[in-house]
Design a protein around this ligand. Structure first.
Ligand code: NAD
Length: 261
């Protein structure tokens, strides 16, 4: 058997971070090389896994998996470059500066950012793109539901599905995107892609893309019943990414390289 992949988990004390620690603990394919938390975090020095404590920095490993906050991205990418570490980031709500930081880092190390690390969502996106292209006059609305603690809205996955729909129409999502309609003048305009966000409870992530036209409707939906889906997807992607040359990769690259889907 090949030696285990040494994984540094960034955002290790968060919901996704802890899910990753649990999976690494169960698997012989992976070994924890760092459990990184926010500087000043109350978890610092506490046990993360086995004898490994939570720390606020990292050095050696085979790959970094990040599920944290957009504010951490610039420092994180600089550290990955400084230590020549591949970076898989699933952090959502990124702005232009954070995407630029990822692009800069990808000149030196392999980088993959994905709003969703489940294969199912990427198959869903392919279906959405096809349906949007075929049904050019259908109104497209995307409804997503997440747990009450989620910070960003619409979710990164909803925007990713919106981008797939926009690609099917050959338009830019930013030109047709409408978030959370409200108020007396909120009538739908032709060509809009609308987003609605529901927050509550402990929902891991549900997305429903509706295509509506006269007397008919198609709904394409995906539901994750727990976060393990994203964590186990992230570990599989990270194994592949760690063996790639520097560059910017997508989930589609990983799927094409490793699955028949
Ligand atoms: P969370 O709030 O539970 O965890 C985030 C953690 O990051 C917190 O513990 C926070 O203290 C920590 N953090 C903040 N700054 C840091 C820093 N500088 N260094 C290290 N850690 C730092 O959130 P979560 O539910 O685990 O989600 C994290 C991110 O992942 C969100 O953006 C979420 O939308 C995204 N997410 C993506 C996927 C996917 O498939 N790509 C799936 C689930 C969640």
């Amino acid at each position: 058997m090949s030696s285990p992949l040494n994984v540094i988990v960034h955002g290790a004390a968060g919901r996704m971070g802890r899910e990753l620690l649990a999976l690494i603990n169960e698997s012989e394919q992976f070994q924890l090389a760092g459990a990184v938390v926010r500087p000043g975090s109350s978890s610092l020095g506490q046990p993360a896994l086995g004898s490994m404590p939570f720390t606020d920095s990292f050095e050696a490993g085979d790959v970094v998996i990040d599920f944290s906050l957009p504010e951490a991205m610039t420092t994180l990418t600089q550290q990955c470059v400084a230590h020549s570490l591949p970076l898989l980031s699933g952090t959502t709500g990124l702005g232009d500066d954070e995407h630029e930081a990822l692009a800069q880092a990808s000149r030196k190390v392999p980088v993959l950012w994905a709003a969703n690390t489940s294969v199912g969502v990427h198959v869903t996106a392919a279906l959405v793109q096809r349906a949007a292209a075929t049904l050019q006059s259908a109104d497209i609305e995307i409804v997503e539901t997440h747990h009450r603690e989620k910070l960003d809205a619409p979710s990164g996955t909803a925007l990713f599905l919106g981008q797939a729909a926009a690609a099917g129409r050959d338009v830019k999502l930013d030109d047709v995107r409408i978030d959370g309609r409200s108020g007396p003048q909120s009538r739908r305009e032709a060509g809009e892609i609308g987003f609605a966000s529901v927050r509550g409870g402990s929902v891991a992530g549900e997305h429903r893309v509706m295509l509506l036209w006269e007397d008919e409707r198609i709904e394409i939906s995906h539901a994750a019943t727990n976060r393990k889906v994203f964590a186990s997807g992230a570990l599989s992607v990270a194994s592949w990414l760690a063996a790639q040359p520097p560059g910017q990769y997508t989930m589609a690259d990983w799927i094409e390289a490793t699955q028949a889907a």
